[in-house]
Design a protein around this ligand. Sequence first.
Ligand SMILES: C[S@@+](CC[C@H](N)C(=O)[O-])C[C@H]1O[C@@H](n2cnc3c(N)ncnc32)[C@H](O)[C@@H]1O
Length: 402
Amino acid sequence: IHDGRGAETQAEGEAGSMPGVLFAACELGVFDLLAEAPEPLGAAAVAARLGTSSHGTELLLDTCVSLKLLQVETKTGKALYQNTELSSTYLVRASPKCQGNMLRYLARTTYLCWGHLTQAVRDGRNQYLEAFGVPSDQLFSAIYRSEDERLQFMRGLQDVWSVSGRPVLGAFDLSPFPLICDVGGCSGALAKECTSLYPACRVAVFDTPEVVQTAEKHFSFPEAIEKDGKSPRTPFRRDFFKDPLPEADLYILARVLHDWTDERCSRLLARIHGACKPGGGVLVIESLLAADGRGPLTAQLYSLNMLVQTEGRERTPAQYRALLAAAGFRHVQCRRTGGLYDAILAMRYFLGFGVRSAGGDEPCLQTRPDGFLHQNLACPPMKARSSPLHGIWSSPKERHLG
Ligand SMILES: C[S@@+](CC[C@H](N)C(=O)[O-])C[C@H]1O[C@@H](n2cnc3c(N)ncnc32)[C@H](O)[C@@H]1O
């Protein structure tokens, strides 16, 4: 990217130090303090209130100004600092869009794994053993190596949905799916966004016993969100590779497939296909790579992040299509949101039984002895009705589905 050795060195230095500046300023509470102060503060006042050195504080504040995280004005010879719009929105704890928990997780865990990127590239595997001395043959035992670590991970992961939840959930109209299961739904943050965008839907959050326990203790689930698909009181303690999945109209897999190898993804998708109601589907939420895998940079960096922290990788639309098709899903549609995460919707077709029409008991689709699926002509046209099938019927090629 840079021609000339000096520029490269400068870029390396900046790339290595910038996250450190951001983490330190967040951890020390610089942005919270400036948000709470009735007026801009000088470096000495910030240092006094944070209990930090005046020399270090001044250097940190001025670097934050260069990073556009703070703005400074000079009054009667004194530099006074305040937050920018960027830091007010994403770095102040009281902001509903604050990403502070994720930054803390990145600083304490992710960046320690990134410190072993060279070795990860050599070995082709994650670096938990090297970074923390923990074996990772059971991936999530390494990720959740202590109660504190699990909580930090869950808090970190929930932050992004306050910003990216609506774009991914709105990429397709999900209103035709009344019962949704968020598989690997963690703290329920995305489920919460889902019920707020689609108030008529119910969302079951499915995750490991430890995660559910931590979620119950530290996170609040709105009433519409069920922890086991039945009753908010029955705790959810299941493994999506082994235990039965609850029946649903739509399964959400957000940032789950990127944790796993193709083989594990295929196994999970096949299980979901088996549990899915006919006419239902799966919504995969991931950061999509370009068709040739060379970009966008954010997705490539996420993919390297999966290398140092998981067993998986980010994938191209074609790679997701292949995985979903192999599991039996059809009509795979990929939508890029322009944000950090994208959405892929795939459907499970009816096999043999047909489906009830929106208002009655007559099947609208039936398999005939010729093996093809036929529409019941007494039913209203598929496109006009609110149904999970909406859109499937639009392609003439797919009229014969049997
Ligand atoms: C990367 S996190 C994504 C969480 C959430 N979907 C999100 O995007 O914020 C992967 C989730 O899968 C869950 N998970 C991993 N292995 C699992 C298993 N075998 N059974 C159920 N959940 C599992 C983890 O506990 C975690 O919540």
